[in-house]
Design a protein around this ligand. Structure first.
Ligand code: URP
Ligand code: ZN
Ligand code: ZN
Length: 468
C-alpha cells in the first residue's frame, strides 16, 4: 500500500517547505517537490499543513481510575499517533511484570501506537534491581511520585535517590511528580477542619510553593546522584524557573508542561455547585501569572514538551461527585485532554503568536519522541521514520464539546473553547485512522513501540563522557 501526499506545507521542528511525501509499507520513503511517483492513493494537501503525528509523552489509561485503551481513538482523532502511558505497579508485582500487564491491556485494543514509562510503587530491593533490565522490555523511563502521601504512588526521598543512582547507570530517564506531600497533607487537614470542602481548596491545599519546593528538592537529589532529570507536568513559575536555572547552570534537568496549565486557571476550580471538581488534577490549575510564565517557558525552550496528562476518569463527573462531595481531598484526580492537545496548542499558541509552527511541532511531536526514546522512529517526517502524519486544515473553525469527544466520559474540561484548525486526515504508519474528527481506522491496530535508553535527557551526559 502506497500513499502520496502532494502540495502540502510540510512543517517540522526545524523548518517548513512546500512539498510532497511518498509513503510505502508504513514508512516515509521520499520527501521532495513535485515527486514523480505512482501511488495507490493520492491526497492533495494544497492549503494544508502537514506535520508528523503527535507524540503525547504523558497519558494515563487505566491508572488513577482512568478509562482504558479502547478510548484511544480520541488520540487518533486529535492528531496524536503515539502515546506514552504510565504502567502502575501493584504490591509484590515485579516492575517488569507490571509493565507487561499494562502492555497486555493495550494489545489489540489501542488505536494508536503506544509505549510505557515505569512507576516504582513497591520500593523493595528486588524492584530497584530490576531498573537495569527495563530496556529489555522496551522501557527507558521511570516516574516516581513525591506527592500522594498515604497511597502506594508516594515515594520518599530515599527511594527517589536510590532509583536515580541506579537509573543513570543504565540510561533510564528519571521523571518526578514534584509536589511536597507533607505540606499538602497538613494543608488538607487545615482546610477540612474548618469545613472548607469545596473543589477550590484542592488548589489552596496544593499551593505553588509545594511544587516549587519539591521541584528544587528533586533537582538537588538529581545533582547528588549525578542523574539527568525530567520533571513532569510543571505548573508553576517557580518550578519552571528552578528547572531553567539548573539547566543553565549545566545540570541535565528538563521538564514538560501540559495543555491544561496553558489554557485553564484556578478560576475553573472555583465554579459553583461542585462543578469545579471537573478540573481537579494534580498539580492543580494555577492563577494566570503561572500560565503566562509557562507560555514563555515553552517558547524559550525552558520546558521542552507539552503533554496532555490525559486521565479520563471512568465514571466521569458522576464518580467525581460521589467520591469527592463534602471533601475536596477525595475528588479523583485527572482530566481528559488527549484529543484536544494539538488544536489547543495551535489555537492558543501558534495563532496567538506565542509559539511558531516549528515550535508547535517540536513541543507536540518531536521532543516528546526524543525524550521517550522513540526518535527517530516517531516524531518527525524523514525517510525511514514511521509514516505517522497529520494533514492539518488551518481554516477549520469550531468549538470543543464533549459531544464530539471520544474520551468516553461525560465532560470535557475544555467545553466551549473556540478552536481554529484541526487534523483533517491522520495517518498511522501510512494508514488513514481519522478524518475530520471521526475515527475511521480499525480499532486495536496500535502497536507497542519500544523505547531506547539514553534518550534526550542523557544528551549532555554523553557530551560530558559520563557514560559507563
Ligand atoms: O491529576 C493527575 N495529574 N492525574 C494523573 C496522575 C498524575 O499525577 O500524573
Ligand atoms: Zn503526576
Ligand atoms: Zn500524569
Amino acid at each position: 500500500m502506497s500513499l502520496l501526499i502532494k502540495n502540502g506545507t510540510i512543517v517540522t521542528s526545524v523548518n517548513e517547505f512546500q512539498g510532497d511525501i511518498y509513503i510505502e509499507d508504513g514508512k516515509f520513503k521520499e520527501i521532495g517537490t513535485k515527486l514523480d511517483v505512482k501511488a495507490d492513493k493520492v491526497v492533495d494537501a494544497s492549503g494544508k499543513f502537514v506535520f508528523p503525528g503527535g507524540v503525547d509523552e504523558h497519558v494515563h489509561y487505566g491508572s488513577f481510575g482512568g478509562r482504558l485503551f479502547e478510548t484511544t481513538d480520541a488520540a487518533a482523532v486529535g492528531g496524536t499517533t503515539t502515546i506514552m502511558d504510565f504502567a502502575p505497579q501493584d504490591k509484590d508485582v515485579p516492575l517488569l511484570e507490571a509493565i507487561r500487564r499494562q502492555a497486555a491491556k493495550a494489545e489489540n485494543v489501542a488505536c494508536v501506537d503506544y509505549g510505557f514509562h515505569g512507576i516504582i510503587m513497591d520500593p523493595k530491593d528486588s524492584v530497584f534491581e530490576e531498573i537495569e533490565h527495563l530496556p529489555e522490555v522496551g522501557v527507558s523511563s521511570l516516574k516516581l511520585f513525591m506527592a500522594y502521601k498515604g497511597t502506594s504512588f508516594y515515594s520518599d526521598d530515599e527511594s527517589i535517590l536510590k532509583a536515580m543512582m541506579l537509573a543513570k547507570k543504565f540510561g533510564i530517564t528519571m521523571m518526578v511528580h514534584a509536589e511536597n506531600a507533607d505540606m499538602i497533607a497538613v494543608l488538607q487537614k487545615y482546610y477540612l477542619d474548618q469545613g472548607k470542602t469545596d473543589p477550590v481548596y484542592h488548589y489552596y491545599s496544593r499551593p505553588p510553593v509545594a511544587e516549587d519546593e519539591a521541584t528544587s528538592r528533586a533537582i538537588y537529589l538529581a545533582k547528588m546522584a549525578d542523574c539527568p532529570l525530567f520533571v513532569v507536568h510543571v505548573s508553576t513559575k517557580g518550578a519552571m524557573e528552578a528547572i531553567r536555572d539548573a539547566h543553565i547552570a549545566g545540570q541535565p534537568v528538563f521538564g514538560e508542561t501540559c495543555t491544561h496549565y496553558l489554557t485553564l486557571t484556578t478560576d475553573c476550580l472555583a465554579k459553583p455547585d461542585f462543578e469545579g471538581a471537573k478540573y481537579v488534577c494534580s498539580p492543580p490549575l494555577r492563577p494566570q501569572l503561572h500560565q503566562d510564565a509557562l507560555w514563555e517557558a515553552v517558547r524559550e525552550g525552558w520546558l521542552i514538551g507539552v503533554g496532555s496528562d490525559h486521565c479520563a476518569l471512568d465514571g466521569g463527573y458522576e464518580i467525581t461527585k460521589k467520591k469527592g462531595m463534602g471533601n475536596f481531598a477525595k475528588i479523583p484526580n485527572g482530566c481528559p485532554g488527549v484529543q484536544d492537545r494539538l488544536v489547543l496548542l495551535w489555537t492558543y499558541g501558534v495563532l496567538k503568536g506565542k509559539i511558531t509552527r516549528q515550535k508547535f511541532v517540536d513541543l507536540a511531536c518531536t521532543t516528546p519522541a526524543k525524550m521517550s526514546g522513540l526518535y527517530p522512529r516517531k516524531g518527525l517526517i524523514a525517510v525511514g521514520s514511521d509514516a505517522d502524519v497529520v494533514v492539518f486544515d488551518p481554516d477549520f473553525k469550531g468549538t470543543i464539546t464533549n459531544a464530539t469527544s471520544l474520551h468516553g466520559i461525560d465532560y470535557s474540561p475544555f467545553e466551549g473553547f473556540p478552536i481554529q484548525g484541526r487534523p483533517e486526515l491522520v495517518f498511522l504508519r501510512g494508514k488513514l485512522v481519522a478524518e475530520k474528527g471521526k475515527f475511521v481506522g480499525e480499532k486495536g491496530k496500535g502497536e507497542w513501540v519500544r523505547s531506547k535508553p539514553y534518550a534526550l535527557c542523557y544528551d549532555y551526559y554523553k557530551l560530558q563522557e559520563k557514560l559507563p
